[in-house]
Design a protein around this ligand. Structure first.
Ligand SMILES: [Zn+2]
Length: 429
């Protein structure tokens, strides 16, 4: 039989997966090989294989059916999962992965009882990150960003959203976006967060800074970022100021994101629903009205339990959101001030333990949920024919080990675009 007779050709296959979590239950149902009870709607195949060509999944099914279903092309690579669990590559939909400098000393000082206001007054905090980032060259920023992306990748994250927001001038935000786009196997979605906070040289004149963002920065950087984002909260930008930024972004063709209702119930979620943002992020203080509005508008709720963990905040009401029918994503919020962690597995553990998600809900949020928050559902977050071949062979036989065996890296082999890019925590692309 040849490919012309109907079998797709494959240049990469994964064999002998003890379980394969497809996040595509309808695809799995069509194979007649569903994982049955306990599948949790994740589309789990047991005794499974997967085939890909040119970086895209062409087939998933029972391992013993691979030979009859797929034609292996000359030189095809085979990855033996040896009974382990295979899941889609993680999709981290909220990071601030480009910045210069370290704030480890500040974290130690906070733990020692120094307040953030005192740290800011002594020139530390977010202003220290802005100073270091403005002083860095694009090459310096690219190098540190690539090292961080290697760490994301080695922990199983194959798609990373990266925000700017520590430059706060048009030139420095442009420099951050350029560094964020540096060549690397992790797929990127870039977000312009010029309206992160008002930089010190504006002396608190927030409206004048918003003028600069809307009139100069957004038009100048059009085409270099997929989304525009704004920090809408008590002590940050108001709903009116945030509306100006998002409406300007919308007119220019950017997708919309918003940091909303993290520090107080301050109107960001309702603005996200009104303007049709792709996602509203944080949502620690979002209640039933906000949850209903986001659901009705089709906005994805991006939840960031690592930040709640380091700031001793409450956690977003993830279970209420799911019960209301609101789609959620889990992300790291990787940043130098409030969550210096590239490991989405840790967020799955926190979400299960502190937000009371089930392992299945948390895994869906870290894959398909993240993809939805980035407008990439057809590309990543699931292992269905047509999707990018981005997956993780876990050092575990069951997906349930992800929250259970916490604090270690369970990503044994990471595949992005149909090739192995990390093994045992070490990038190898
Ligand atoms: Zn953020």
């Amino acid at each position: 039989m040849s490919a012309a007779a109907g079998r797709p050709g494959a240049d990469f296959v994964v064999r002998r997966a003890g379980e394969l979590v497809s996040m595509a239950p309808t695809v799995v149902a069509a194979t007649g090989a569903s994982g049955g009870d306990g599948d949790d709607g994740l589309g789990v195949l047991t005794g499974a294989a997967l085939a890909a060509r040119d970086g895209r999944v062409v087939w998933v099914g029972r391992d013993e059916e691979l030979g009859g279903a797929v034609e292996l092309l000359d030189g095809a690579a085979e990855l033996d999962a040896a009974g382990a669990c295979v899941v889609p590559g993680f999709v981290d939909a909220h990071t601030h992965a480009v910045f210069a400098g370290s704030r480890a000393n500040e974290y130690a000082a906070r733990l020692g009882g120094v307040s953030y206001a005192e740290i800011l007054a002594s020139g530390g905090g977010i202003n220290a990150t802005v100073g270091a980032t403005r002083a860095a060259t694009v090459d310096e920023l690219s190098r540190t960003t690539l090292r961080r992306l290697d760490s994301f990748l080695a922990h199983g994250t194959t798609t990373v959203e990266v925000k700017s927001g520590y430059g706060l001038t048009t030139a420095d935000e442009a420099k951050m976006l350029e560094a964020a786009a540096a060549g690397h196997p992790a797929r990127r979605r870039l977000t312009l967060l010029g309206a992160h906070f008002t930089p010190p040289e504006f002396g608190g004149r927030d409206d004048e800074f918003i003028d600069l963002v809307c009139d100069e920065m957004l038009p100048a950087l059009r085409g270099r970022a997929d989304f525009v984002d704004v920090f809408c909260d008590e002590g940050a930008f108001s709903v009116a100021q945030s509306r100006r930024v998002l409406e300007a972004g919308k007119r220019l063709g950017y997708g919309l994101k918003i940091h909303a209702d993290e520090l107080a119930r301050s109107g960001g979620s309702l603005l996200a629903a009104e303007l049709g943002c792709a996602s509203a992020d944080h949502l620690v203080h979002a209640g039933p009205d906000e949850i209903a509005a986001l659901r009705d508008a089709g906005v994805v709720a991006v939840l960031l339990p690592g930040t709640s963990f380091t700031l001793h905040q409450s956690y977003a009401r993830a279970r209420e959101m799911l019960e209301a029918g609101l789609q959620i994503a889990l992300a790291t919020d990787f940043n130098p001030g409030t969550c210096y962690c590239e490991n989405l597995q840790q967020m799955i553990a926190l979400a299960c333990q502190e937000m009371r998600l089930t392992p299945a809900q948390a895994l869906r949020a870290a894959t398909a949920g993240g993809a939805a928050a980035l407008g990439l559902s057809a590309e990543v977050g699931s292992l269905r024919p047509g999707a990018s071949c981005d997956l993780i062979v876990l050092d575990a036989a069951s997906r349930h080990e992800l929250p259970y065996h916490f604090g270690v890296n369970l990503a044994a082999v990471v595949v992005a675009g149909g090739r192995v890019v990390a093994r045992d925590g070490v990038p190898c692309y």
